[in-house]
Design a binder for this molecule. Sequence first.
Ligand SMILES: [Zn+2]
Ligand SMILES: [Zn+2]
Length: 240
Amino acid sequence: MRSLLRPAFETLVDLVYPPHCAGCGTAQPSGKWICGKCEAAVRRLDGPKCAICSRPFDGMLDTFACPNCRGAELHLDFAVAVMHSHGLVRDLIHRFKYGREFHLRRVLGDWLVESFEDSRLAAMENPTLIPVPLHPARQRERRFNQSAALAEWVAESRGLRLEHPLRRRLHTVTQTHFDRRQRMRNLRDAFALRHNADVKDKSFLLVDDVLTTGSTLDECARVLLEGGARSVRAITVARG
Ligand SMILES: [Zn+2]
Ligand SMILES: [Zn+2]
């Protein structure tokens, strides 16, 4: 499913600079940001997967919770990831995040919109989108917050409200090599509600580029629920 609504500015830019495939660089007709060949090479998470964390499993029933999620004390209802974090998808996310290639939000954003094909999200009444915040120092370094850029794209495509009630308090160190307990300790107090934030009784959809362990999203959900939010779910482009 491709979003039909596009910002007028994008259309104008396309006229001046004809688009090229984000994957292989071949020229594309206006409104196309990835070629058919590259699109065919990406792997969607359309097989059986964990209903909570979107982790794919072979040969399982459609609805089940993986061993990680079963019995875990989670604040997030569930997270829907669209793609395997693999090959081109992983490359594009990496270029988007660290290579400052802001234009890639169009391809990644359109993929992220596909998360609404999940009937549980389609049934939500006007969820409010919240991007996972970056620490201001990190944002200066990257030029933009990739989660916020994606959330803006989804908000525009789906006509949803976007809010920024969360702020990042600490400059958390990269946690790739931490185990789960170390990650949770590192994340504790990393997020807080902004002073004027009003999250009471609202249903939220957190937005991020990739879900790896889910601990960042769950920590955001914990802060929102503590502030009185009714429910917190999440969407991500990819599942690591
Ligand atoms: Zn291509
Ligand atoms: Zn799971």
